[in-house]
Design a protein around this ligand. Structure first.
Ligand code: ADP
Length: 596
């Protein structure tokens, strides 16, 4: 399998070798050619140069002879060695100085086919033709000899065959060297790839593992060169990265836990209004599938998103939202995030506070109302007594009775309110004792017996006294609760009714039920009758001296004991109130038996 870095390395080496050999070859071949050319002209200069004046003079005088041509040829023949004439590649020719025509020479055939070169033309003009052209396929020298009437041109011509052969030899050697070089470079690239690319590959594998989140194995450092340093640095980087990731993850976990468990809702919106994050508290508060909601549908009516995005920290906006029966305080603040700014919304559920406020207002209104009626009565009777002198004693006494009655009523209300407030605030201490549950019920039944008889009610005790256990609690207060419940049954049942008190044990709890066949309570009022001052039938309650606080107090007392009080389903007309109390306050069951 070819690895790209390996191929690259091999290609570079091949290119390097090829270009090196090409340059060396070109340089060698050019050098050989120019050496040969230089050598040629040097040889020529040695013979025909100005330094060799005696030889030239002799040449000219010999040329002036009758047989000048033969004489000159003889001289040239005599200097053939010095001129490098080999009769194959280099020859000498004697040409006619005027026409340039071949007269004689070392190569008859070649002489007849001689071309007119620039050097021959120069010699014909009486100048030495010794210009050289390295690119030409030949070298030549044309030397004019003027001896008497004879005008010859000595023409030395070399067809460069020798240098061409030499260059061909050289080219062959270079090509062979190149092939060997290429082979070596291929082998070298394999060797290099083993020492260089293998560590890089290991580094790559390590980087891939780190990218996939596996920080477990550090890469082994095998050398101390640059790759070794890189590997060490990479290992250090991976461990720092791991630490940083852990820190970030811990922070994120903390934040996640915070978001998950905080009671305030947090919703983060992107600049386009889509939800980026929403904690469970927010989902509960908005009671919507928040995944499909966006800013516009949730809070668009409060502030436009564009306005919030442009807010500068630490500025924020707040608003109140009434949604799904809840009152939410909403705080908006911008935040920066990747891909543009967003808006963070914190939702604070103030429903309970609002309800408390409402209840407080309602309570004050109720108290005022409850006290105003008796106060008005007291005032009007008192005024009548003050303003009329001739009121008969009986009438005056009955007025005073009314005033006393109304004052008692007010005292009753105020006492009940005080009891309730003490219970609610926890200031009223429970005097915990152990007593027999059956005894307490019996006690209450005895106390209300007379009242029941007055209304011709049948008070039926439907419980087996000895089956009931000892319980712990504040006996007086619990009897007050039973009294209230049985008292209500007596009050709200037309005369001659039947009131049934039953009780029993269920697990670690005791229960008591008071049923009557009276006027009953509409189901819609079942929960509300435990609210302060709530009365189903106001006139009837007032008539019977009720304050509308009895059941509220009863519920407080029962709840302080860790029990429950409520209405249960009732067959036929009437009402059933059920009280459930734990047998022991610390959870241990009491033994069944009698007190003392
Ligand atoms: P009150 O002093 O008016 O009796 P409570 O708090 O004891 O106040 O009771 C609240 C209201 O619940 C009563 O006004 C009455 O309308 C209703 N109620 C309580 N017990 C009964 C019952 N056994 N039958 C019918 N209505 C009842």
């Amino acid at each position: 399998m070819f690895r790209s870095l390996h191929i690259k390395l091999m290609l570079i080496m091949l290119l390097l070798i090829t270009s090196l050999m090409t340059i060396v070859g070109a340089f060698l071949m050019t050098s050989v050619t120019s050496f040969y050319v230089d050598e040629f002209y040097q040889q020529m200069a040695n013979i025909f140069g100005a330094d060799n004046e005696a030889f030239l003079r002799n040449l000219r005088s010999e040329a002036a002879q009758e047989d000048g041509l033969e004489q000159v040829r003889g001289i040239l023949e005599g200097n053939a060695g010095a001129l490098g004439i080999d009769y194959l590649t280099r020859n000498y020719y004697i040409l006619d100085g005027v026409t340039g025509e071949f007269l004689t020479g070392s190569d008859e055939e070649g002489g007849k086919q001689l071309a007119v070169t620039t050097n021959i033309l120069a010699a014909r003009n009486g100048q030495v033709g010794d210009s050289s052209d390295i690119t030409a396929s030949y070298m030549d020298l044309a030397y004019p000899i003027q001896g008497g009437d004879n005008f010859f041109i000595i023409y030395i011509y070399d067809n460069r065959e020798t240098v061409s052969q030499l260059n061909s030899q050289l080219f062959l050697i270079i090509v062979q060297a190149l092939l060997v070089g290429l082979l070596i470079s291929v082998l070298l690239s394999f060797l290099l790839s083993k020492t260089m690319i293998n560590p890089i590959e290991k580094l790559t594998e390590g980087a891939e593992r780190v990218a996939a989140g596996d920080f477990g194995n550090a890469i082994q450092v095998e050398s101390s060169d640059e790759i070794g340093v890189l590997t060490t640095t990479f290992n250090e980087m991976a461990s720092v990265l791991e630490e940083t990731l852990h820190t970030v993850e811990n922070e994120r976990n903390k934040l996640d836990t915070l978001f998950l468990h905080m009671t305030d809702g947090v919703v983060a919106f992107a600049a386009d209004g889509s939800i980026v994050h929403c904690n469970p508290a927010a989902s509960d508060m908005l009671e919507n599938d928040v995944e499909i909601m966006d800013y516009q549908s949730l809070f668009g009516a409060l502030y436009p998103l564009e306005e919030l995005v442009q807010l500068q920290r630490p500025n924020y906006k707040e608003a109140e939202l009434h949604i799904h029966g809840k009152f939410l305080e909403v705080y908006f603040a911008p935040f920066a995030q990747e891909g543009g700014p967003g808006v963070l919304t914190v939702l604070h559920d103030v429903t309970a506070q609002r309800k408390n406020e409402e209840m407080r207002k309602e309570f004050v209104a109720n108290v005022s109302h409850e006290l105003r009626t008796p106060l008005t009565n007291v005032r009007s009777y008192a005024e009548t007594l003050r303003d009329s002198d001739d009121i008969p004693k009986d009438t005056a006494n009955s007025f005073l009775d009314i005033i006393i009655g109304e004052t008692d009523r007010m005292t009753h209300i105020v006492q009940d309110l005080l009891t309730l407030s003490r219970l609610e605030s926890g200031r009223a201490e429970l005097k915990m004792t152990r007593f027999h549950f059956g005894d307490a019920i019996e006690n209450v039944c005895r106390a209300v017996d007379l009242e029941a008889q007055r209304h011709r009610h049948t008070l039926c005790r439907a419980f087996v006294h000895r089956d009931l256990p000892m319980i712990s609690g504040d006996r007086d207060r619990l009897e007050q609760v039973m009294m209230n419940v049985i008292g209500n049954a007596i009050k709200y049942t037309p005369d001659g009714g039947e009131i049934r008190v039953s009780a029993g044990t269920a697990g670690d709890k005791v229960w008591m039920e008071v049923s009557d066949n009276g006027i009953g309570i509409p189901k819609s009022d079942w929960n509300r009758i435990f609210d302060r001052f709530y009365r189903v039938d106001k006139a009837r309650s007032r008539e019977s001296g009720g304050t509308g606080l009895g059941l509220s107090i009863a519920r407080e007392i029962v709840q302080r004991h860790g029990g429950t009080i409520g209405l249960t389903e009732h067959q036929g007309p009437g009402t059933t109130v059920r009280i459930v109390l734990p047998i022991r306050q610390d959870g241990r069951p009491e033994e069944v038996g009698h007190e003392g």
